[in-house]
Design a protein around this ligand. Structure first.
Ligand SMILES: Nc1nc2c(ncn2[C@@H]2O[C@H](COP(=O)(O)OP(=O)(O)OP(=O)(O)O)[C@@H](O)[C@H]2O)c(=O)[nH]1
Ligand SMILES: [Mg+2]
Length: 489
């Protein structure tokens, strides 16, 4: 594993060469390393060509439920006797023999911390996995019984490559298509077009007053950056907005000093380029470029390069009940993110080297928070919201599916006084019974009709007790598996 973590780039910046013997030893070591890399790569290529390896990108905004779903998926596939997966044919007919988690060959990324996520869910009292702070990868080797003339021989193995990452990082992908000037204009447009400016009117005025040509003042920029970070956090906390850049500002305390200049009137692109290196514009442009090249581009490269299938998870319930602006913002975020990907049928070579996806799945997550009668409406709403976004002219021809799932089912339905309701525990462990506001498969047309949803969000639930001695209950994770892998098993 170690040899994969050290990239060739790192080796070339090594210490001075030393004696001849030492140089030749190092050269041999390098050749061995490359040889091994090439062998692994050709193995990997062969597996992809033989359809034994499939790379699934699990994508979703922060809190959409990625890590929890990955944990549940791994658990369900590794415990076929305990899991209930009647919608996944190999599990139903007894061909699913189990699965093993392994480090992702070739990625050089840390392994997804399945054990911690699982032990949080199985603890007493049960807890949710921690929010993800960094990217990780894994391979799930799914063992399946063979049929026909191979019956009785060793099992067939399908390798599922998966990656986990903080949802905030996804928000940054659209920055790859914009230079600093375009990003400033984009941010100015967003701040003008919704009500987020109302959260920090004084900050917006200060940013708009920051002159592109004035000499940059380090401490003023540091103060503004601090307030801008606070503003982004408030947009998420108070308005449940998703499209917030730079996304990493919501996760860590790094001083990215990445601020948009909101008023570039009076300067064309050429004039901005000519401004002195010490001007606000040039200093902030360099911060922007360092962030995009140093943080965003490597993430795109490592995460999305080899994807065969893309699973987009959406907390549709949380967004819907947060109101129209939150929903518009989620759609806006996905519109910009979708442009970063290229989808479509993949030929043999492009399948290996280009980020091309041949199946796209949307899943509304955490649907155990609402009655089963509303699941289909959620599925339809999600389809309506995202289908257009991901199937613009450039993305035509791609099979698209939409599902409604709960990776961990935390509620059950009960009948009280002739009415269906949900029972479960809240995050503090209090027993609750509740009925959610009915969900329609169409969005409210009039602004006033949104009052049906506002303030009526169902409670957050705690995972159920006792999963350590039984299985992880779920809703339609088997159907999701079928959509993801059904044609490969
Ligand atoms: N009721 C219910 N809640 C869930 C389920 N899955 C996730 N949640 C809730 O959603 C929260 C976020 O889930 P995560 O799996 O951490 O989401 P994520 O997409 O990995 O989030 P980041 O790591 O921050 O990007 C959890 O802490 C739970 O509160 C589910 O199946 N049912
Ligand atoms: Mg996570």
């Amino acid at each position: 594993m170690e040899s994969q973590v050290t990239g060739p780039g790192q080796e070339s910046s090594e210490r001075p060469s030393g004696s001849r013997g030492e140089r030749s030893r190092r050269l041999k070591e390098k050749l061995r390393h490359w040889g091994r890399g090439a062998q692994e790569k050709s193995h990997w290529v062969a597996e992809r060509l033989m359809d034994r390896r499939i790379c699934v990108g699990v994508t979703g905004l922060s809190g959409a439920g990625k890590s929890t779903l990955l944990t549940s998926l791994i658990y369900q596939l590794s415990h076929p006797q305990k899991a209930q997966l009647p919608g996944f044919a190999p599990a139903l007919n007894g061909d699913l023999l189990g699965a093993e988690l392994k480090p992702a060959l070739d990625s050089g990324l840390p392994v997804f911390d399945y054990e911690s996520c699982l032990s949080a869910l199985m603890s007493h009292p049960p807890k949710w996995p921690q929010g993800t702070r960094d990217v990780s990868a894994m391979e799930l080797h799914i063992h399946l019984r063979r049929h026909g003339r191979f019956r009785g021989s060793s099992p067939k193995t399908l390798i599922l490559e998966l990656r986990d990452y903080p949802g905030e990082w996804l928000m940054d992908l659209p920055m790859l298509r914009m230079d600093y000037r375009e990003w400033c204009r984009h941010q100015a447009h967003i701040i003008e077009s919704d009500t987020r400016a109302g959260l920090a009117p004084e900050l917006v005025t200060r940013l708009a007053a920051l002159s592109p040509q004035a000499e940059a003042n380090g401490s003023e920029l540091a103060r503004l950056w601090n307030d801008y970070r606070g503003f982004l956090l408030d947009c998420r906390r108070e308005r449940k907005l998703s499209y917030l850049q730079p996304g990493r500002a919501l996760l860590d305390e790094e001083d990215y000093s990445l601020l948009p200049l909101l008023d570039l009137r009076g300067f064309n692109a050429g004039e901005l380029e000519q401004l002195p290196e010490t001007s606000n514009y040039q200093v902030l442009r360099r911060h922007y470029e360092a962030y995009v090249q140093g943080q965003v581009a490597p993430f795109l490269e490592s995460h999305f390069k080899h994807l065969d299938r893309q699973l987009v998870l959406v907390d549709m319930i949380g967004t819907l009940f947060a109101g129209e602006q939150a929903l518009d913002d989620m759609r806006l975020a996905f519109t910009h993110i979708a442009d970063t990907f290229r989808y479509g049928e993949s030929g043999l070579l492009s399948k290996l080297w280009r980020p091309k996806v041949n199946r796209l799945l949307f899943a509304a997550t955490k649907v155990d928070q609402v009655l089963a009668a509303d699941h289909d409406a959620l599925r339809q709403l999600l389809g309506q919201q995202l289908q257009q976004t991901f199937t613009g002219a450039r993305h035509r021809g791609l099979p698209i599916f939409s599902e409604a799932i709960a990776a961990v089912r935390c509620s059950r339905e009960d009948q009280r006084n002739g009415r269906r309701m949900l029972v479960g525990h809240d995050l503090e462990g209090r027993y609750l019974g509740f009925e959610n506001a009915e969900i329609s498969s169409h969005l409210p047309r009039e602004e006033r009709d949104w009052s049906h949803y506002t303030g009526a969000a169902p409670p957050q639930l705690r995972p159920p007790q006792g999963m350590d001695s039984g299985s992880i209950p779920h809703i339609r994770v088997d159907a999701l598996l079928n959509l993801l892998l059904g044609d490969k098993v």
